[in-house]
Design a protein around this ligand. Structure first.
Ligand code: UPG
Ligand code: MN
Length: 515
């Protein structure tokens, strides 16, 4: 028998949901019938015609909404993965490499210490470290974020072996050090904690000062890097490309002599005359920069406030991707967005159970779930056209199948990486429409997932009992309202874009440019 890597089964509530759907449909039909008979037989005055017609239209709209969501209740599936079996089908040296994208946009709204915690939790995955590359996109173009990551690169040298040696489950340092579930006596614990506190203090000081303290700059090279942020006219919306390799796997080893992941800081070029396309634009820049530097076949996108809560998540994902019987059209695997720090009453409904759990479970049983922006593992290939026909890239180095041979710090690699992160790079290309993350909606994730599905890619929703990722939720009313408004507008934009673009299934070609 083949080794079991994952299973799926229908949820026990399926039969009940189906029976309910049938009964409810009859009730709706009866209601519509009632409205129609009232309209044609009993409505004699203009007023009663208007009232009945209005009721009929509203009930038709509500029925349509009910029918679309009910489809998610008809075949909900639960999946289980067996990462412990992975090495029976795939040797560790054959594990695919993975490029992880972390996006941040503003050091004051998204404190660098939190972004650093997210990145550290991802670098510390239970996975061969030399196969992991973490790319940080800094849309805030801030030296404070870069400084925080320079510190993180140093701290990672002791944090990664510490997690490995002690089999730590909470690999986000802040969470680990503020919980009480561990041996607090050990020397290694004390040392690591002190290093973490030092890092935190240095980042805090820099934040309070609003700039880098001169005594924190250790060498000429660092000084040179930070002067880039002080050239005349430099602002978050107007600055050149800054790419800094903070950890190179091939060179740096951790404190126990093991290899480390790559850690690369990227702040794409911005100027006021070019559209920057928000997060989708940032992700596309990272997609290209990472193509040039490492070109891993698997890509994980992550919001800066969503840390990894389970070190096994990459292996779990491989259970689907590396399954010899895997569906060839499998494009992405989405984990739910889950949150920590929810208050007991959750007065703003911040858990979003329907959006991030109930609906995806249902979509998974049909054609696959949508992409929700964070906690999603893609096959890089999905960004380059339909499963059956790959669209050639404007430069050959961006092809998803290319094997990178040069080190990420090679001069030619860095030059090309800078080139593809420039803001006019995308002019006259299909980036954002046919390649990469899609432009035109405030919810680029929803639009991207939807268009990938139109192209024929399938997806899987994986919901392990230990949350794979945990994030922050908006806790003030004003933040909740603005997020909900953004999402609502974004979904409407997705509908209009999809309506006006020619879906690939209909013309056998590509999605028309829009925007
Ligand atoms: O110009 C931008 C704007 C945002 N971001 C990053 O995008 C992420 C999400 O943005 P946020 O403002 O936190 O939006 P939320 O509404 O909280 O995010 C949800 O909704 C977004 C849009 O649907 C998705 O992209 C996210 O993954 C999902 O968590 C954050 O890491 C930001 O740093 C950028 O990198 N560049
Ligand atoms: Mn957010």
């Amino acid at each position: 028998m083949a080794t079991l890597l994952h299973t799926h089964k229908q949820m026990p509530c399926t039969s009940f949901n189906r029976a309910f759907a049938i009964i409810y449909s009859f009730a709706i039909l009866a209601l519509i019938y009632h409205h129609l008979t009232t309209l044609f037989r009993h409505s004699t005055t203009v007023i009663s015609i208007i009232i009945t017609t209005t009721l009929l239209i509203s009930d038709l709209i509500l029925s349509f909404m009910w029918a679309t969501t009910t489809s998610f209740r008809l075949r909900p599936v639960l999946r289980q993965t067996f990462p412990e079996n992975l090495e029976k089908v795939l040797q560790e040296q054959d594990f695919p490499a993975i490029d992880i994208f972390v996006c941040t946009a503003d050091p004051y709204k998204e404190p660098p210490i939190n972004v650093v915690n997210t990145a550290l939790s991802l670098m510390a995955y239970d996975y061969p470290p030399e196969k992991i590359s973490v790319y940080v996109s800094d849309d805030g173009g801030s030296e404070l974020t870069l400084f925080a990551f320079m510190e993180a690169a140093k701290f990672a040298e002791c944090w990664l072996p510490f997690c490995r040696d002690n089999n730590v489950m909470d690999r986000c340092p802040e969470v680990y050090f503020s919980s009480n579930h561990h041996e607090k006596t050990e020397l290694q614990y004390e040392e690591t904690k002190t290093m973490y506190e030092n890092m935190k203090n240095r980042i805090k000081n820099v934040m309070e000062r609003g700039g880098i303290c001169p005594n924190y700059i250790t060498d000429e090279l660092q000084r040179k890097i930070f002067t880039k942020y002080h050239t005349p006219g430099f602002s978050r919306d107007n600055h050149p490309v800054i790419i800094q390799v903070l950890k190179e796997s091939a060179k740096g080893k951790d404190n126990s002599g093991q290899l480390m992941p790559n850690l690369v800081y990227v702040s794409r070029e911005k100027n006021k005359n070019s559209p920057h396309n928000f997060k989708a634009g940032a992700l596309n820049s990272l997609l290209r920069v990472s193509s040039i530097m490492t070109n891993a076949p698997i890509v994980l996108t992550q919001d800066c406030d969503m840390y990894s809560n389970d070190p096994l998540t990459v292996k779990r994902t491989l259970c689907f991707i590396s399954d010899p019987l895997a569906r060839p059209r499998l494009g992405y695997i989405q984990y739910p967005q889950q949150y920590h720090g929810l208050n007991k009453d959750d007065i703003y409904g911040g858990e979003f159970l329907r959006v991030f759990v109930a609906n995806p479970v249902g979509m998974d049983g049909l054609q696959g779930t949508s992409y929700v922006g964070s906690g999603c593992f893609f096959r890089r290939r999905v960004f380059f056209g339909r499963p059956t026909s790959m669209v050639p890239q404007e430069i050959q180095q961006l092809g998803p199948d290319r094997v990178v041979e040069k080190p990420i710090t090679a001069q030619s690699v860095l030059e090309l990486a800078h080139h593809v992160a420039r803001c006019n790079y995308e002019n006259d290309t299909k980036w954002g429409f046919q390649f990469g993350f899609r432009y035109g909606s405030l919810v680029e994730d929803y639009l991207t997932g939807f268009q990938l599905q139109c192209e024929g890619w399938e997806s899987i929703y994986c919901h392990p009992s230990r949350p794979a990722f945990l994030g922050d939720i908006p806790i003030s009313l004003i933040d909740v309202v603005s997020q909900t408004k953004r999402w609502a507008i974004g979904v409407l934009e997705t509908v209009t874009i999809s309506y006006y673009s020619i879906a690939p299934t209909r013309d056998g070609g590509m999605i028309k440019e829009c925007g």
